[in-house]
Design a protein around this ligand. Structure first.
Ligand code: NOJ
Length: 466
C-alpha cells in the first residue's frame, strides 16, 4: 500500500488528557485526585518514582504546546477536563479552574486548532473515592452535575464532547486485575463499577441532549464515547469453547459499549452469562430508560492492540473470579517489546469494519493510536536527533489500513495520535515515550523534535501517507 490518500476533510491531531499533562496538582484550588493520593502513599509504585504531580507541565506550557501542534499542521486535539480542577468540594465551579480551561480553549481556537473535550480519563477527586468512588451508586449523580456544569460553561466554544475515555480500564485495572491502587481482584465489584460508569455516561448524554433542546448548547455540538476497542481473534480452527471465549471478551470490552452507544441497550447475552456465573449487576427501576438515552453522535476508537484469546484452561482463577478466556499467543505476532503489546495494523481495519457493520450510521474517528518506546536516547544520531523510524512505520501502516477502511465504506472522520508530545502515563510514568516531540525531564521539561515530527507534519498537511 504505497502513497495512500486520505479524504481532504479528514482531520489530524493528537490526544492527551488533563491528569497526564497539566501538572500543577495543588495550584489554584485544584483538589487532590486519586492519582495524587496513590503517589503520596506509594511513590515507588511509579516508574522511576515519578508520581502524578507535574504531568508534562502543560499547565505552564500550554501556549508553547499548542503552537507546536500548529507547527505539526494539526487541526485539532482532544484533552480532558479534570473534575478536581473544575469543581470544588461542594460540586460548584472553581473560578480559577474555569479561567484556566477558558484560557487553553481560547488560545487553541485563536490558533486555528479545535479542542475536543473529554470529561473522565481515569481520574477522580479523592473525596469521592473516599465515599467509594465508582463502586458507590451515588457517584452517578455527582458525575451528572460535573458534566452539566462543564457543558454549560464551555459549550459555546467546544463542539465535540466525550463522556469517558476507555471506560473499561478503571474496572479492570483497579478492581479486577489488581494492577492499580486499590489493587482489588473482585470481578463482582469491577462489573458494578462498569455498570455505574455506563449509567453515568447515559446520564451525561441525556443532560447534553436536554441542554441542546433547551437552546443552552449550540445545535452543532455533539457527544460521544471513546473506548480502547480491541478486535477479538482466536485460533485458526477454533473449538466451540474458543468461540465462546471470543463472545465474552468481545461482549464485555467492545459490544457492551457499542450497544449502549448505538442502540441504547446493554448486550443481554453478556448480562445473562454474567448472571449465570453469579455476577450480580444491581439493575434498578428506571435504569433501562436511562440506558436508552446513552446513544451517541459518534465514537472514538482508541487502537493499540488486538485481543487474541482462546478457551480458558480453568473457568475460575485463583482469586475466585470467572475467567472467560486465556491469551492466545499467535506465532506470527510482532511485538512492541517495551510496552508488551502486539503491533497489528490490520486490526484497526477489522474493527473499523465491525463498527461499520454493527453500528450502521454511527461515524467514528481514531481517537488514539501510538507507539511508546523506552530509552529512546539510544536512537539519537550524531546531531542528537532521535531517529524514531519505528514510530513512522507504526503510524504509516495504521493509517494505510484506515485509508482502506474508508475506501471500503467506513465513516472514519479523522486521526488523533497518542500523544504528539511525551507525557506522564500512570504507573508507567515517563517510561515509554510516545511523542513526535520529546520532553526533557532533566531540563525543565523542555520540548524537542524527533525525526517523526517532520514526517507527520507532511502527512497531516497533504493527507498523503508515504
Ligand atoms: C490509552 C490511555 O487513554 C492513555 O491514558 C494512555 O497513556 C495510553 N493508552 C498509553 O498507554
Amino acid at each position: 500500500m504505497n502513497n495512500c490518500k486520505l479524504p481532504k476533510d479528514f482531520f489530524f491531531g493528537t490526544a492527551m488528557s488533563g491528569p497526564q499533562t497539566e501538572g500543577a496538582y495543588n495550584k489554584d484550588g485544584r483538589l487532590p485526585s486519586i492519582w495524587d493520593t496513590w503517589s503520596d502513599r506509594e511513590i515507588n509504585a511509579f516508574h522511576n518514582n515519578v508520581g502524578s504531580y507535574v504531568g508534562n507541565d502543560f499547565y505552564n506550557k500550554y501556549e508553547e504546546d499548542i503552537k507546536i501542534l500548529k507547527g505539526l499542521n494539526f487541526d485539532s486535539y482532544r484533552t480532558s477536563i479534570q473534575w478536581t480542577r473544575l469543581l470544588d468540594k461542594n460540586g460548584k465551579l472553581n473560578p480559577k479552574g474555569v479561567e484556566y480551561y477558558h484560557k487553553v480553549i481560547d488560545f487553541s481556537l485563536d490558533n486555528g486548532i479545535d479542542v475536543f473535550i473529554n470529561l473522565h480519563h481515569f481520574d477522580l477527586p479523592q473525596y469521592l473515592e473516599d465515599r467509594g468512588g465508582w463502586t458507590n451508586r451515588e457517584i452517578i449523580e455527582a458525575y451528572g452535575n460535573y458534566a452539566r456544569l462543564a457543558f454549560k460553561e464551555f459549550g459555546a466554544k467546544v463542539k465535540h464532547w466525550f463522556t469517558f475515555n476507555e471506560p473499561i480500564v478503571v474496572p479492570m485495572q483497579m478492581y479486577s486485575n489488581g494492577a492499580w491502587y486499590p489493587y482489588e481482584r473482585d470481578y463482582n465489584k469491577a462489573m458494578t463499577v462498569q455498570y455505574h460508569i455506563t449509567l453515568a455516561h447515559c446520564l451525561a448524554v441525556r443532560e447534553f441532549n436536554k441542554l441542546k433542546k433547551e437552546g443552552e448548547l449550540p445545535e452543532v455540538c455533539d457527544i460521544g464515547l471513546i473506548n480502547n476497542f480491541a478486535p477479538p481473534y482466536t485460533k485458526e480452527n477454533p473449538s466451540k469453547e474458543d468461540l465462546e471465549a471470543v463472545r465474552m471478551t468481545d461482549g464485555v470490552h467492545n459490544r457492551w459499549w457499542l450497544d449502549v452507544c448505538s442502540k441504547g441497550k446493554l448486550p443481554f447475552d453478556v448480562i445473562d452469562t454474567l448472571k449465570e456465573l453469579g455476577i450480580s449487576i444491581d439493575m434498578r427501576e428506571g435504569d433501562e430508560a436511562l440506558i436508552a438515552c446513552g446513544k451517541v453522535d459518534w465514537l472514538g476508537f482508541n487502537y493499540y492492540q488486538p485481543a487474541r484469546v482462546q478457551a480458558p484452561k480453568e473457568k475460575i482463577d485463583e482469586h475466585g473470579n470467572p475467567k472467560f478466556a486465556d491469551e492466545y499467543v499467535w506465532q506470527e505476532r510482532k511485538m512492541n517489546i517495551y510496552r508488551g503489546w502486539e503491533i497489528y495494523p490490520r486490526g484497526i481495519y477489522d474493527f473499523a469494519m465491525k463498527i461499520t457493520k454493527e453500528c450502521p450510521n454511527l461515524p467514528f474517528f481514531i481517537s488514539e493510536n501510538g507507539m511508546g518506546v523506552e530509552g529512546e536516547d539510544k536512537f539519537k544520531n550524531s546531531d542528537g536527533i532521535i531517529e524514531d523510524d519505528y514510530r513512522i512505520e507504526f503510524v504509516k501502516e495504521h493509517l494505510e489500513w484506515v485509508a482502506k477502511a474508508i475506501e471500503d465504506g467506513a465513516d472514519c472522520r479523522g486521526y488523533h495520535y497518542w500523544a504528539a508530545i511525551d507525557n506522564w502515563s500512570w504507573a508507567n510514568a515517563f517510561k515509554n515515550r510516545y511523542g513526535f516531540i520529546g520532553v526533557d525531564l532533566a531540563n525543565k521539561y523542555t520540548r524537542f523534535s524527533k525525526k517523526s515530527a517532520t514526517w507527520i507534519a507532511e502527512v497531516s498537511k497533504t493527507k498523503v501517507i508515504k
